[in-house]
Write a protein that binds this ligand. Structure first.
Ligand code: MEV
Length: 417
């Protein structure tokens, strides 16, 4: 089984990194070329088919996080993000989690929720819908060739009423097993297809027919044990728990804390071509499910004093359909991950979010984030200046001591040693 604990990947050249990732994921030379293509992704022709008024494409850095073991399997995790330190932080969190076996993650099946808003329905509408649920489900499933064949597709109907300033409304919800797709399109198609039948059954008038991005039937739960000594000892473990309590009880801190979690999740979402806005909207709603916006993660310690991290989020992702069919880099990134299902991808993304959160609150409750951030920045500059792996540590140390953290400073120091 490939091993993701690759030490000092940041000190290697681009070619060495690509060789390592290529061997790990068994990438072909074509796939390696796609990663090296400086255009970094889709062609203008494809962009022009995807959005209106296209004038170009836009690329961002792609890196890989190391050290991840998730449910007993090793992963190198492609992450697309503009922010420094995030990939290093995820790798560091995963390295410590690895000591105790890595991340254990479970994901619900991929049930998408479609909503149909019904106005002016009569009192017995809910009963009538329940009586006709087979007919509605069959009509919904007639809109997909592939899902029913895989024993997936529309499975359940639920109804609720809501009170609004315009009066009572009936909301019919269609639960659809969308398999390995994110499922927005098929959910919207099915909702629109069944709405005339729902009008006929209820005597009401349907208005909105749309997927809900609050994907509470796609919950993912990750857990990892962070060994006490590797975390920095008992007092650091206790301070991390206090940092969590701050986030869990103060909305201003909770938003930033959860943003750190989303740094991890959204970077993988970007790399694999997911709808990151849907993911963030659902995660933020879930953070407020108690009525107060709180931390999405939970930090505690076990009887031996090891730190326990848990993260539970709704996560709607896919490995078929969507942008992945047109974006060559997203395709290669999904291959690097080696995920066989949407659920496996959701598990990887949630573990990345938890690792990221660990490293952020670890840094914040010890030395602060700026020191590590500057050290990393200095390391990248030393490497860009042409320092060898033997020279990097010395140059970084000097740049920090002399407070000269720039490319020119790194070049100057390189000349001197
Ligand atoms: C920065 O992008 C993310 C952090 O602010 C997260 C946090 O404060 O927990 C470091």
């Amino acid at each position: 089984m490939p091993d993701s604990s690759i030490s000092k990947l940041f000190e290697k050249s681009r070619k060495e990194r690509l060789d390592i990732v290529g061997t790990f994921a068994n990438l072909s030379s074509d796939e390696l070329n796609i990663l090296q293509n400086e255009n970094g992704g889709i062609s203008y022709e494809n962009a022009d088919k995807m959005v209106e008024n296209a004038i170009g494409t836009f690329s961002l850095p792609l890196g890989v996080a190391t050290n991840f073991t998730i449910n007993g399997k090793d992963y190198l995790i492609p992450m697309v993000i503009e922010e420094p330190s995030v990939i290093a932080a995820a790798s560091k969190g995963a390295k410590i989690a690895r000591i105790k076996g890595g991340f254990e993650v479970t994901a619900d099946e991929s049930y998408s929720i479609g909503q149909i808003q019904v106005l002016d329905a009569d009192e017995s509408a809910i009963q009538k819908i329940t009586n006709s649920s087979d007919e509605i489900i069959n009509l919904a499933n007639s809109k997909s060739k592939s899902l029913p064949k895989m024993n997936k597709g529309a499975k359940e109907i639920t109804c609720k009423t809501i009170d609004t300033p315009s009066g009572k409304m009936l909301i019919v919800e269609l639960l659809i097993d969308v398999g390995d797709a994110m499922g927005a399109n098929i959910t919207n198609t099915m909702c629109e297809a069944v709405s005339p039948l729902i009008e006929k059954i209820t005597g009401g008038k349907t208005l909105l027919r749309i997927l809900s991005n609050y994907s509470t039937r796609r919950i993912v739960k990750a857990r990892a044990v962070f060994e006490k000594e590797a975390v920095g000892g008992e007092s650091v473990v206790d301070n991390i728990i206090k940092a969590f309590e701050f986030a869990n009880n103060d909305v201003y801190r909770a938003v930033t804390h959860n943003k750190g979690i989303l740094n991890g999740i959204v970077s993988v979402a970007n790399a694999t071509g997911q709808d990151s806005r849907a993911i963030e909207a659902a995660a933020n709603a879930y953070a407020a499910k108690s009525g107060q916006y709180r931390s999405l993660s939970l930090w505690s310690k076990d009887s031996e004093g090891n730190l326990i991290g848990e993260l539970e989020i709704p996560l709607s992702v896919g490995i078929v359909g969507g942008i992945i069919t047109v974006h060559p880099v997203a395709k290669v990134c999904t291959k690097i991950l080696g995920v066989a299902s949407a659920q496996e991808l959701a598990c990887v993304m949630t573990a990345t979010g938890l690792a990221q959160n660990f490293s952020a609150i670890h840094a914040l409750s010890t030395e602060g984030i700026q020191k590590g951030h500057m050290r990393l920045h200095a390391r990248n500059l030393a490497s860009s200046a042409g320092a060898t792996s033997q020279q990097i540590d010395e140059i970084v140390q000097k740049m920090i001591e002399e407070k000269k953290i720039s490319l020119d400073g790194a070049k100057e120091l390189l000349k001197q040693i």
